[in-house]
Design a binder for this molecule. Structure first.
Ligand code: HDD
Length: 689
């Protein structure tokens, strides 16, 4: 049975062959033998020892003992979803990639979002970079865009990747801390490998605590190449832009969420898809002509540099829609094997030394993680394009390759399978002319570590700057070595003196002196998420606080307004289950104050009704709920007696931004509309907390 939302595309049909539905079936062993009893091992007498003969026990236990595979060395914690991609218009002028030509074609995709540092069971809401890996199942083979939600990287050369990762993973002597860069070794790495300065600025910004996987950008990071049918190449960078806009948590909320709902992001993605709020991302490209390669004040091969959108505009070329949840997390998310080297004709690499190293690492890691060279045959990894070559055997071989011949060239099979000419879709690498001496070196053009870190800082609004400073205070404040803390401050003085002084003030070290003045003013407004905020209440979760005896007239108009805006109200009450209004209507509370928390909602509304409000006051939890939501700059509303809870929470209604109160019943309608407009603002930073 296909679930609603199944996309019925070529990949889905392929996966269907592997799906197993156990409903209504008899239990068997893995050999297909029917099982008569699955409760008792085979014993010599009811109290006697288990017999060696018990093949059923042995099989069940052995399988269980082998259920786990190694987690990913980075990006271990992740969650995937299926969907499709459609191009807006033919891209033939720039690339011959077939999936980028016909707007009527829906190319199946599987996307895996992830955190980077934490283990597979770590919390979703930690401060970290997010992975954004998309697999396009094109008719020319799989194309993987394996990116992050930050457009630059910490290092410039892949040979440093193991060092970087060792520094941010838990420290080896005591395996502390989990899923966090707030410790000595990471900041020691940063201070002594200053190419990381730019990415660290992003990692300390709100980008590293996204509200949802559905509300973050994605970037291919590296410079790739587009090549068209005529063989003309252009440099290209890839962007994913979320249709809902980019939104983040506040840090206190993110930390609380790690306890209240460590699965927040996967739950959010799963539920959005189940409810039909299909996440959408537009794909954009920035392109640079080959002849302009050296015309910028940064090297386009340097992965610690972005191309400011004001200089190289992003052309939106298509849209991805995620419309189907996976059936089995292990089979799909866990076994998905991405690789930046999975390309199709029309997409090629650049000499970015980080990308070049990645082209080795990804297959290598799958060999250990997925147990051998046939991981491409695992259902989620299979291309929808046919596979024919002379690769044979190996662990977990699923194909039954027929015939006598498994080599090339041959005469016994008329040279089949035979290579395809370029015109037949054979992949031909772009014939870039390269020459040089063999050297272990980095180009001098990679030496500027600070200009773009500064550009990022200059592009932030005051609130965003404040959040960055607070993030530094938290992270560097956790570093035990005073010497490392001082080094960090000294390094960031190269980015901005004010920033460095502000960091120093929070982490007990000296502010820098005698550092050269910062380059005045260069900014890229596109980098600020506040300045580019998309206002919408769609898909937001709103807690409606009420209990027995609530006034339904204060609830119905609000529920209608929220539904119209595409938001999702959920009732939080003193108990889970049916709640009766004063006039005998019934509402279903899906949460109690015990099972929920303000951090899982975007806004809170307190219903009116004498009896309900009196009970909420007596229970004390409602005022606490409101206080936290207020502290996290969220929209708060109340009607009639509900305003008493706001007063109890110490919120001066009517004067604070994002707080709407309907004093009279006749105001509820208008107040609901103001509530929706406030909700669309996402946060109310001008609030004094
Ligand atoms: Fe990587 C996984 C993204 C640099 C080596 N990487 C991995 C994933 C993402 C990225 C999203 C998770 C894929 C999934 O969901 O399964 N990695 C990036 C980006 C980078 C980057 C955007 C810089 C621009 N990575 C990078 C370097 C190396 C690696 C320089 C090594 C030379 N990455 C790996 C890996 C992983 C991986 C060890 C772990 C699991 C996997 O590949 O499949 O091979």
């Amino acid at each position: 049975m296909k679930k609603e939302g199944h996309s019925n595309n070529a990949k889905d049909e392929q996966l269907e062959q592997f799906r197993v539905d156990h409903k209504g079936k008899k239990m068997t062993t893995t050999q297909g033998l029917r099982v008569s009893d699955d409760e008792h091992s085979l014993k010599a007498g009811g109290r006697g020892p288990t017999l060696m003969e018990d093949f059923q026990f042995r099989e069940k236990m052995t399988h269980f003992d082998h259920e786990r595979i190694p987690e990913r060395i980075v990006h271990a914690r992740g969650f995937g979803a299926h969907g499709y991609f459609q191009v807006y218009e033919p891209m033939a002028e720039y690339t011959k990639a077939k999936f980028l030509q016909d707007p009527s074609v829906k190319t199946p995709v599987f996307v895996r979002f992830s955190t980077v540092a934490g283990s597979r069971g770590s919390a979703d809401s930690v401060r970290d970079v997010r992975g954004f890996a998309a697999k396009f199942y094109t008719e020319e083979g799989n194309y993987d865009l394996v990116g992050n939600n930050i457009p630059v990287f910490f290092i410039q050369d892949a040979i440093k990747f193991p060092d970087l990762v060792h520094s941010f993973k838990p420290e080896p002597h005591n395996e502390i801390p989990q899923a966090s860069t707030a410790h000595d070794t990471f900041w020691d790495f940063v201070a002594n490998n200053t190419e990381s300065a730019h990415m660290v600025m992003w990692a300390m910004s709100d980008r590293a605590i996204p509200r949802s996987y559905r509300m973050m950008e994605g970037f291919g990071v590296h410079t790739f190449r587009f090549v068209n049918e005529q063989g003309k190449a252009r440099f290209v960078k890839f962007h994913w832009k979320p249709v809902l806009g980019v939104h983040s948590f506040v840090w206190d909320e993110a930390q609380k969420l790690a306890g209240r709902d460590p699965d927040f992001h996967r739950r959010d993605l799963w539920e959005a898809i189940e409810m039909g709020d299909y996440p959408e991302f537009e794909l954009g490209v920035q392109m640079i002509e080959e002849e302009d390669e050296h015309t910028f004040d940064f090297d386009i091969l340097d992965p610690t540099k972005l191309w400011p959108e004001e200089i190289v505009p992003v052309k939106m070329i298509g849209k991805m829609t995620l419309n189907r949840n996976q059936d089995n997390v292990f089979a799909e998310t866990e076994q998905a094997a991405f690789h930046p080297g999975h390309v199709v004709p029309g997409i090629d690499f650049s000499n970015d030394p980080l990308l070049q190293g990645r082209l080795f690492s990804y297959t290598d890691t799958q060999l250990i993680r997925l147990g051998g060279p046939n991981f491409h045959q695992i259902p989620i990894n299979r291309p929808v394009a046919p596979v024919h070559n002379n690769q044979r055997d190996g662990y977990h071989q699923m194909a039954i390759d027929k015939g006598q011949v498994s080599y090339h060239k041959n005469s016994l099979q008329q040279n089949d399978p035979h290579p395809a000419a370029e015109a037949e879709g054979g992949y031909v690498h772009y014939q870039e002319k390269v020459e040089g001496r063999k050297v272990r070196q980095r180009s001098d053009s990679f030496n500027d570590h600070y200009s773009q870190a500064q550009l990022f800082w200059n592009s932030m609004t005051d609130v965003e700057k404040q959040h960055i400073i607070e993030a530094f205070h938290f992270e560097v404040g956790k570093v035990k070595s005073k010497d490392v803390r001082q080094q960090v401050v000294d390094v960031f003085a190269n980015v901005d003196e004010e920033l460095a002084a502000a960091i120093a003030a929070g982490v007990g070290v000296k502010a820098p002196s005698g550092v050269s003045a910062s380059k005045a003013g260069l900014a890229s407004p596109a980098l600020s998420q506040e300045q580019n905020k998309k206002k919408s209440a769609a898909t937001r979760k709103v807690a409606i606080l009420l209990t027995e005896g609530y006034d339904a007239l204060t609830v119905t108009p609000m529920l209608e307004a929220l539904e119209k805006a595409g938001a999702h109200p959920e009732i939080v009450s003193s108990h889970v289950g049916a709640v009766k209004s004063a006039d005998g209507q019934e509402a279903e509370a899906v949460h109690s104050f015990l099972t929920s928390d303000p951090v899982i909602f975007d806004a809170v509304y307190v219903a009116g009704g004498k009896e309900s409000v009196a009970q909420l006051k007596a229970g004390q939890k409602a005022a606490e709920f409101i206080k936290d939501a207020f502290k996290h700059f969220k929209t708060i509303g109340a009607a009639t007696e509900g305003a008493e809870i706001l007063a109890e929470a110490g919120i001066p209604a009517g004067t604070e931004p994002g707080v709407t109160v309907a004093r009279q019943l006749e105001d509820v309608q208008a107040s609901s509309e103001s509530f929706i407009s406030a909700l669309a603002e996402h946060r109310h930073w001008s609030r004094q907390v």
